[in-house]
Design a protein around this ligand. Structure first.
Ligand SMILES: [Zn+2]
Length: 214
């Protein structure tokens, strides 16, 4: 699905979107579920993009449906992998995750990436701004590229509206509200969530912030 001339939501990752940015460098945002890798590579192939054309893979947070195919895509592309310094120990399995996510990690053993870098202090990868938005996980980030905000699992969309992720999936349900308010300070036109469809910002974000602060 085309969001702009440079930004696509990969079709094979519907309902659990991986985004592709065709800017000065080719960048993937998140890597989907453990079995999403082949589909992602096929999506790229259909767009005439070779795995090695991908220069960076940016991870919004450590959940299995976002880092599930990270090791496979790292190997296929040789891309540089980035995540927040808070979430990297969870991605590498050095720290146990909380509650239900801990159980998921016992059941599904993910391959770990070989090299993972923490987002730079200046918060920029090329011309993508990394915005620290904890709450869903300790180190969750949103990523801003031109007029498009990639919100990961900060919230989701349903029928053209913004809704909260199920509260039991959030690390901290109070801090997440502060993070949602924080992204409203930035200029952008499109909201691209991992779950649910991309929507125009319009008044949706303001309305949602009002609703959750009542
Ligand atoms: Zn998710």
């Amino acid at each position: 699905m085309k969001i702009s001339d440079e930004v696509y939501a990969l079709d094979s990752t519907k309902r659990n979107y991986v985004y592709l940015i065709l800017g000065e460098e080719i960048i993937l945002i998140d890597t989907g579920l453990p079995k999403s890798g082949e589909g992602i590579l096929n999506d790229l192939k259909s767009m005439d993009i070779k795995p090695h054309d991908i220069k960076h893979i940016l991870i919004t947070h450590d959940d299995m449906d976002h880092v599930g195919s990270l090791a496979l895509l790292e190997k296929a592309s040789g891309a540089k992998i980035w995540a927040s310094k808070e979430d990297i120990p969870y991605i590498l399995g050095e720290i146990n995750r909380h509650m239900i996510k801990r159980i998921i990690n016992y059941i599904i053993k993910l391959k770990k990436p070989k090299n993972i870098n923490s987002y730079p202090e200046n918060g920029m990868i090329g011309n993508i701004k990394v915005i620290y938005t904890p709450g869903h996980t300790l180190g969750h980030v949103c990523l801003l590229y031109k007029d498009i905000m990639f919100v990961g699992d900060l919230f989701r969309t349903k029928n053209g509206e913004i809704i909260m992720q199920p509260s039991f999936t959030n690390w901290n349900n109070q801090i997440i509200k502060e993070s949602i308010t924080k992204i409203d300070e930035y200029d952008f036109e499109w909201i691209c969530p991992a779950h649910g469809e991309p929507i125009k910002r319009d008044s949706h974000l303001k309305d949602f912030i009002k609703k959750i602060s009542d």
